[in-house]
Ligand binder design. Structure first.
Ligand SMILES: Nc1nc2c(ncn2[C@@H]2O[C@H](COP(=O)(O)OP(=O)(O)OP(=O)(O)O)[C@@H](O)[C@H]2O)c(=O)[nH]1
Length: 538
């Protein structure tokens, strides 16, 4: 709410009246005076009442002073209007009021002249400019309040600073005031910039910590631990640039795998428990059967002895009947046990099959997390598995085995020019073309953001160079389309043949160094690795 205004008082007396007064009805004048007080939101002090009254009827002091008072009240009214409606002219209006109070007519003339100049369009703060200025100021205030401050709500200091600055801009009603606000704005941007880079550093540190944690947990796990595949997904996501889409994808995949694994693990636990129970029961029935058989043997032996000792036919008849009874009961025992044993064997077989099925499902699920979710090439884990398999096969059959490290050329520029999503699509395209060009026995793995590794089993280095060169050529034919525009993707590659007993790490290091040579010698080419790097030697 605007504060109540004070109307200038003390109308000066002038020597000669300048115009004749035509006084209206005093009641009407009083009503009009009160209306103007209310309209202009002016404090109803006697002085203000007097000033407005005189503004309507002219000064009342004396007829001689009437002209002077009229001029004075008209000018005072003008000054008041300017103060109320043109804040940018407030200083000139105040100077005019002071000149009126001091009856300094020369000064009055000068101030009125200046006000006229300022009110002229293009005259420093003319009405057109005042509006533009006001609009711009309001725009800046809104930007600060709704655009900047809301983004900084998590940082109370910066939030308050922005709000204070918005208030200062809103109140700045002169060029000088706006200049001051502008210097506040500059200092605020410096703080925001510092804050943003601090947040970015924090994010980077957290990411490194997470990566370290994931790597260390990975070290502690057995090869076939469930967690490893899941950790690989997290690792892939946090190694590349943090993108909300990739993070959401990784989260979704992890949740799915964890949920399915919990279901399968539960089923596996139940099936194992059933098998154990069945086996226990099977063994106990076997021992029952053996025991029953034993009892029968012993009874037969006892009856045979009784038979050998007796000569009495009646006794023999009784023994025979006993014997038949025993035999019948032994037979039915044995049939029951046999039937039970068959039933239990079937149940055990069923449980074992179920377990096999569940294990198969688990293997399929862990294959899921051997893949890079974006390009569907192998991830680090998939690469490790395939490398180990191919290396041992090459040793067993004494066959050559090569790898190629590929790094997309000028990928940063492609991202910068066409956006990150197009960059992603380009990587997906590269893997698709590579899969089409390579043999079924070859494998492609993503080992970095825009870096890939191809495993070429049963391939000497010269042939590996040809394969990779052919892939380069096919990329010029199967070009990548971005918004129907052909984009040529090229890569530099380093090829190395595995030496007997060479570790995966050492072989990749050699291929990597050849890839760097390809980069440094002009890109879009293939270089062959030197025989051995110092760290790979021995
Ligand atoms: N779109 C996209 N960009 C990625 C991904 N991973 C890494 N990058 C970006 O790839 C770029 C690689 O840049 P650099 O290492 O300078 O390589 P380059 O621009 O290809 O330059 P040269 O290798 O010398 O030809 C970086 O800007 C990374 O942010 C990804 O998954 N998707």
């Amino acid at each position: 709410m605007r504060s109540m205004e004070q109307v200038p008082t003390g109308a000066p007396k002038m020597a000669e009246p300048t115009e004749k007064l035509n006084l209206p009805d005093p009641t009407e004048v009083a009503r009009e005076t009160l209306r103007r007080l209310a309209m202009r939101r002016i404090a109803p002090t006697p002085d203000n009442y007097q000033t407005l009254y005189e503004e309507i009827v002219g000064p009342t002091a004396s007829a001689a002073a009437a002209g002077t008072a009229t001029a004075t009240s008209v000018l005072a009214g003008l000054a008041m209007d300017l103060t109320l409606h043109h804040p940018a002219l407030a200083a000139s209006a105040e100077a005019l009021k002071q000149a009126l109070r001091a009856s300094d007519w020369a000064q009055c003339r000068k101030q009125v002249g200046q006000i006229v100049l300022q009110l002229k369009p293009g005259g420093g703060s003319g009405p057109g400019q005042i509006d533009t200025l006001g609009l711009l100021r309001e725009l800046l205030v809104k930007t600060l309040e709704f655009g900047v401050a809301t983004q900084l709500s998590h940082n109370p200091t910066l939030f308050e600073k922005t709000q204070r600055l918005a208030a200062a801009v809103r109140e700045a009603n002169s060029i000088a005031g706006l200049r001051e606000a502008a210097s506040g704005l500059k200092s605020m941007w410096i703080d925001v910039d510092l804050h943003v880079s601090h947040t970015h550093d924090q994010q980077e540190t957290l990411r490194r910590l997470l990566l370290l944690l994931v790597e260390n947990i990975g070290e502690l796990l057995d090869d076939d631990t469930w967690l490893r595949g899941q950790l690989d997904v997290v690792q892939t996501v946090i190694t590349g640039p943090l993108k909300i889409q990739a993070l959401l994808e990784a989260e979704k995949r992890l949740k799915e795998v964890i949920y399915k694994q919990s279901l399968v693990k539960h089923g596996l636990r139940e099936a194992t428990a059933t098998l154990k129970a069945t086996m226990t029961s099977f063994v106990s029935h076997m021992s029952d059967a053996v025991a029953a058989n034993d009892d029968y043997q012993q009874t037969i032996a006892a009856h045979i002895e009784r038979i050998s000792r007796t000569e009495d036919v009646l006794e023999l008849n009784r023994i025979l009947e006993n014997l038949l009874d025993e035999t019948r009961s032994a037979q039915s025992d044995s049939r029951r046990v046999h039937a039970q044993m068959i039933e239990e064997r079937d149940a055990a077989q069923h449980a074992a099959n179920h377990i096999k099925q569940l294990e198969l499902e688990l293997a399929q699920m862990s294959a899921l997390v051997r893949e890079d979710p974006m390009t569907h090439s192998l991830n680090r884990r998939g690469l490790d598995d395939e490398f180990a398999r191919e290396a041992s096969r090459a040793e067993r059959f004494n066959t050559p085995f090569s790898i190629a490290v590929l790094d997309v050329d000028n990928f940063k520029a492609l991202n910068d020019r066409r956006g990150h999503n197009t960059g992603d699509e380009a990587l997906i395209h590269l893997v698709k073309v590579a899969k089409e060009e390579l043999r079924l026995s070859d494998h492609i793995a993503r080992i970095g953001g825009e870096e890939f590794l191809i495993i070429l089993p049963n391939t000497p280095v010269a042939e590996a160079v040809q394969i990779v060169t052919r892939l380069q050529r096919s990329l010029t034919k199967k070009y990548f389309l971005d918004n129907n525009e052909r984009v040529l993707i090229t890569f530099s590659a380093g090829v190395a043949e595995r030496r007997a007993g060479e570790t995966q790490e050492a072989l990749i290091a050699r291929a990597d160094s050849a890839m760097y040579e390809a980069k440094h010698s002009g890109k879009n080419r293939v270089c062959v690795a030197p025989d051995a790097l110092p760290q790979a030697a021995g």
